[in-house]
Design a protein around this ligand. Structure first.
Ligand code: AMP
Length: 281
């Protein structure tokens, strides 16, 4: 695997590969890599000649300084995992390399970015759009792979691309959530969990699976959200930030009693660790 810390040499290398007719797949990450990230690398490897991965903890998408400071940074282990999964290129820039000057761009994304994570993490999606648009410009990938674990992020990035980067239209690929054998969605933040908190976290995915079953049997939106709230409240470590049943494309509330073409998105604090998950109905 080739490792780049600077933009210009990386761009040169990618341009040379492109001249050789190579298709480039791109996976953007914040590091602390796990099998969820690896699954994106595997999909990219299948669909492209070259897989380039970025590892960059992007400060502009953190609305909470403490969260940014304690975000896990494990570059040596990340390199090992990427070599094991046969990524071709790693881009691991410094903050100064990515932001030689302050990025003051404001992305007007619209309603899809204003609900859920947009509401509870002000500025988060603007930071995501800043970093991903920069990375897309650097990589100019043929395809870019994102996990449905961050369901709303994919919807926001598709909207960002439609409005601001038409050259990337249709190139964002949405990949399934990778879960531990017991159902917990893999996340870099899981490593903050104690054994007891890890056991509590399991309630989140179990509850989502239960909610899907209820929906399949015809339950109403209210019945489903009441069930979810009750399950989460049953564990002392867990504190629900929000649960929304939303249209799977627009992420807006669904009219009527029954959910249709819907996704359930949930955010729960497990101790101090903020966990997100979702399930399509
Ligand atoms: P992150 O490093 O958390 O910013 O995630 C980088 C990319 O990996 C994003 O597109 C995430 O949605 C994706 N990702 C993170 N966890 C998982 C998972 N458990 N399954 C699938 N994709 C994931």
């Amino acid at each position: 695997m080739e490792i780049f810390y600077e933009i210009e040499p990386l761009k040169k290398r990618l341009a040379a590969l492109r001249r050789q007719g190579k298709k480039i797949g791109f996976v953007a990450t914040m590091g602390a890599l796990h099998k969820g990230h690896a699954s994106l690398v595997e999909i990219s490897n299948r669909e492209n000649d070259i897989t380039a991965v970025s590892v960059f903890v992007n400060p502009t998408q953190f609305n909470n300084k403490e969260d940014l400071e304690k975000y896990p940074r494990t570059l040596d282990a990340d390199v090992k995992l990427l070599e094991e999964y046969e990524a071709d290129i790693l881009f691991a820039p410094s903050v100064d390399e990515m932001y030689p000057e302050e990025d003051t761009r404001q992305f007007e994304i619209g309603p899809v970015a204003e609900v859920m994570e947009g509401k509870f993490r002000p500025g988060h999606f603007n930071g995501v759009c800043q970093v991903v648009s920069k990375l897309f410009n650097i990589m100019a990938p043929d395809h870019a792979y994102f996990g449905q674990k961050d369901y709303q992020q994919i919807a926001v990035l598709k909207a960002m691309v439609n409005k601001y980067m038409p050259e990337m239209k249709g190139k964002i690929v949405s990949c399934p959530i990778k879960r531990a054998d017991d159902g917990l969605a893999l996340s870099s933040r899981n490593q903050h969990l104690s054994e007891e908190q890890r056991a509590s976290a399991l309630i989140i995915s179990k509850t989502l699976f239960g909610a899907k079953e209820m929906s399949d049997k015809g339950a109403t939106q209210k019945e489903i959200t009441d069930y979810i709230k009750k399950q989460i409240a049953s564990d002392a470590n867990l504190c629900l930030e929000y649960v929304e049943i939303a249209d799977k494309d627009t992420l807006q509330p669904i009219p009527g009693d029954k959910p249709a073409n819907a996704v359930i998105c949930i955010t729960v604090y497990d101790g101090k660790t903020r966990l997100i998950d979702n399930i399509l109905l």
